[in-house]
Write a protein that binds this ligand. Structure first.
Ligand SMILES: *Cc1c(COP(=O)(O)O)cnc(C)c1O
Length: 490
C-alpha cells in the first residue's frame, strides 16, 4: 500500500495556491474588522486539492486498529463485536435529531427506551433502581460514592470517610474515591488472587464508608468469599460497592444484588458493546438498593402512560447529587438496549459462559509457553506474567509489539500491577474458535521466536506504519503542534 504520500502530515502535502473548495459569492456585504483584531501575517494553513485531503484522511483512518479490523484481546476493556444493528438504531433520524432540552412529550420514545433499559439493568443485576446519567465507568464510580456519602449523611454518619479498595483494583477505583474527598485504604490480595478477608476484617471500623470490589476481579477470578465479605461489611455499617465495568461474564449467571452489593456501576460501553477506543463514548449507569433509590440524581419514571425524567432536587435541605447535564450519553444507551433486546432473555445467558470458555481455552493452550502465576479457572479474562522462559530477555512489551506485526491488537500489558510482566488477555464471547486458535498459534510462534531469534521480537513491530515509539519521551515531551522534522529526525 502506498501510504507514504497521503499518510504524510497534511502540511507536507501543501502546495501554495491549491484549493479544494469554492465558496459562493458574498451576498452579505463587508464588515471591517478593527485593526487590533486583524492578524498581521497570514495563517500557515495547508493548501491542498480535494482528492489529496480525502486520501490523506482515508489513509490515516486505515492506520487505526479496531475490533472490526481484527482480534482485540484487550483485558479489562472488553473490546467486543459491535453489531451493525446497534449503529442503525442509533442513526435513526428520530434518535439523531433529539435535543437534550426538548419537551418531554415530544421524546416519549427515547424516554421509554431509557425506562426499559433501567428495568433491564435492574433485572440483570438484582439492584432496585438505576440512573443512566453518568458518562463513563469512572463517572459512575464517583456518582456511586457520592450516593454512599449522602446515605451515611442521612444516617448521621459523616465520620465515614474511608473507602477500602483491593490492591488489584482498576486505577479508577482509588482515583474516584479521592475525587469524592474520601480516604483510600488498600486491602491486600491473597496468594491466589482473592481479597484477603482477614486483612479486610482488621480494616473495618466506623470510619469506613464503603468497600469497593470487582467481581470477577481484575485477575479475572471469581471472588468466592463475597457472602462473608458482605456480612462483615454490613455488620460494620459500611456499604458494599460493585465495580461492574465488565459484567459480561456474570450476565444471566448471577447478580450483584443477590450477593449483597448495595451500589454498583455498569459500563454499558464494555458489557453491552459500543465502540470505545481512545476514551469514549461511554455510559456508566449506577444501580442502588431500595433504601438509596431516593438519592439517585435522575431516573426515568412512568406516570400513567407518560414517561418523564425525575430529577433529584434534594430532600429536606439536602444537597442534590448532580453528576452531569441532561440525560446522559443516549447514543450508548440505545446501543446497549439494542444489544440486550437482540440477544433476548435466553441468549443473554450464553454471554457469560462463552466469555469464560474462551478465556480458559486460551489460558490452558498457552500456559506451557507463558507464565501463569495463578493457575485456576478464570472468568472472562486472565493474566500471564510474561513468557515462561525469561532467559531470552524478551519482555511482555516485546510480545505485545510483535503481535501487531501479525495483525492482532496487543492485550493489556503491565496491568494489573501485581506482577512485573503482566499480559492480560480477554477474548470476549463472540469470537469464533478459528479466530482464537489462530491467536493461540501466533502466541506460540512468538514464544518460539523469542527462543530462536529474540532480536526480531525485541525490535518489533516491523510491519506497522509507525515503529516502536518512545512512549516515555512522548509522555514527558509531547509535540502537539506541527513542526517540520529536522534532517536528523527524518
Ligand atoms: C474500564 C474500567 C473502569 C473505568 O471505566 P471508564 O469508562 O473507562 O471510566 C473501571 N473499572 C474497571 C474494572 C474497568 O475495567
Amino acid at each position: 500500500m502506498n501510504n507514504r504520500l497521503y499518510g504524510n502530515l497534511i502540511f507536507e502535502l501543501s502546495h501554495a495556491g491549491r484549493r479544494g473548495f469554492s465558496l459562493p459569492a458574498n451576498e452579505f456585504g463587508t464588515h471591517d474588522m478593527p485593526e487590533w483584531a486583524q492578524r498581521q501575517t497570514a495563517a500557515a494553513l495547508p493548501e491542498c486539492d480535494e482528492m489529496t485531503v480525502v486520501r490523506h484522511y482515508t489513509n490515516h483512518s486505515q492506520n487505526n486498529f479496531g475490533v472490526n479490523n481484527g482480534f482485540y484481546p484487550l483485558g479489562s476493556c472488553t473490546m467486543k463485536y459491535n453489531p451493525v444493528i446497534n449503529e442503525e438504531m442509533t442513526a435513526l433520524p428520530l434518535m439523531q435529531n433529539l435535543h437534550p432540552a426538548q419537551a418531554e412529550d415530544t421524546c416519549q420514545g427515547v424516554l421509554s427506551m431509557m425506562y426499559g433499559l433501567q428495568h433491564k439493568l435492574s433485572a440483570l443485576t438484582g439492584l432496585s433502581a438505576f440512573t443512566l446519567n453518568p458518562f463513563a465507568g469512572a463517572h459512575g464510580e464517583l456518582t456511586g460514592l457520592m450516593l454512599i456519602r449522602a446515605y451515611h449523611h442521612e444516617k448521621g454518619q459523616d465520620q465515614r470517610v474511608k473507602v477500602i479498595v483491593p490492591d488489584s483494583a482498576h486505577g479508577t477505583n482509588p482515583a474516584s474515591a479521592a475525587v469524592c474527598g474520601l480516604e483510600v485504604v488498600e486491602v491486600k490480595s491473597t496468594a491466589d488472587g482473592m481479597v484477603d478477608v482477614d486483612d479486610l476484617r482488621a480494616l473495618l471500623d466506623d470510619k469506613v464508608a464503603a468497600v469497593m470490589m470487582t467481581n470477577p476481579n481484575t485477575l479475572g477470578l471469581f471472588e468466592r468469599q463475597i457472602p462473608e465479605i458482605a456480612r462483615l461489611v454490613h455488620a460494620s455499617g459500611a456499604l458494599l460497592y460493585y465495580d461492574g465495568a465488565n459484567l459480561n461474564p456474570m450476565l444471566g449467571v448471577c447478580r450483584p444484588g443477590d450477593m449483597g452489593f448495595d451500589v454498583m456501576h455498569i459500563n454499558l460501553h464494555k458489557t453491552f458493546s459500543t465502540p470505545h477506543g481512545g476514551g469514549g463514548p461511554g455510559s456508566g449507569p449506577v444501580g442502588v438498593i431500595a433504601a438509596m433509590e431516593h438519592l439517585l440524581p435522575s431516573t426515568v419514571v412512568k406516570d400513567g402512560d407518560k414517561y418523564t425524567m425525575r430529577r433529584n432536587h434534594g430532600q429536606d435541605g439536602q444537597t442534590p447529587i448532580s453528576v452531569g447535564a441532561n440525560a446522559g450519553n443516549v447514543g450508548v444507551m440505545i446501543r446497549a438496549y439494542t444489544y440486550i433486546l437482540s440477544l433476548g432473555r435466553e441468549n443473554i445467558k450464553m454471554v457469560g459462559p462463552l466469555a469464560t470458555l474462551n478465556a480458559n481455552y486460551i489460558k490452558e493452550a498457552l500456559k506451557d509457553d507463558y507464565l501463569l502465576p495463578i493457575d485456576t479457572v478464570c472468568k472472562h479474562e486472565f493474566v500471564f506474567d510474561g513468557l515462561k522462559d525469561k532467559s531470552t530477555g524478551v519482555t511482555t512489551m516485546d510480545v505485545a509489539k510483535r503481535l501487531l506485526d501479525y495483525g492482532y491488537h496487543a492485550p493489556t500489558i503491565y496491568f494489573p500491577l501485581l506482577f512485573h510482566e503482566s499480559l492480560m488477555i480477554e477474548p470476549t464471547e463472540n469470537e469464533s474458535k478459528q479466530t482464537i486458535d489462530a491467536f493461540i498459534a501466533t502466541m506460540h510462534r512468538i514464544a518460539e521466536e523469542a527462543r530462536t531469534e529474540p532480536d526480531t521480537v525485541k525490535s518489533a513491530p516491523h510491519n506497522t506504519p509507525i515503529g516502536r515509539v518512545d512512549d516515555v519521551l512522548a509522555a514527558k515531551h509531547p509535540v502537539l503542534t506541527y513542526r517540520q522534522m529536522t534532517a536528523e529526525e527524518a
